[in-house]
Ligand binder design. Structure first.
Ligand SMILES: [Zn+2]
Length: 108
């Protein structure tokens, strides 16, 4: 468990790039909790920017998607490896919005 967590943490940190601080914690029900925060946006004295998502692979993807959008908006010059996932992240965001829309207009 611990070994796989730190291996995931290293892999995620590598994908997220040099600006990111990636932490994976183990939550109450033995779920991984992914936390990605921005080292640059932390330094400005505001609340640190961070994405915090529980879950397994879904949680990881949701946190990484938020991080990709943060990089694109705040640090467009970044060349973090995860930016290659931007089209997929946008697609997932679009799908979540469509699902939300469908749930709102057609409740069951
Ligand atoms: Zn930032």
């Amino acid at each position: 468990m611990v070994a796989s967590r730190s291996a995931r943490e290293r892999k995620a940190a590598m994908q997220a790039g040099p600006l990111a601080r990636v932490r994976i914690e183990v939550g109450a029900d033995d779920q991984f909790v992914y936390k990605i925060s921005c080292s640059e946006c932390t330094a400005k004295g505001h609340r640190p920017w961070s994405a915090y998502r529980p879950g397994t692979d879904n949680g990881f993807m949701a946190a990484m998607d938020r991080w990709v959008f943060h990089l694109k908006e705040q640090h467009p010059a970044s060349d973090a490896p995860c930016l290659e996932f931007l089209p997929e992240a946008e697609q997932r965001l679009h799908e979540r919005r469509m699902q939300h829309e469908a749930a709102r207009t057609r409740p069951d």
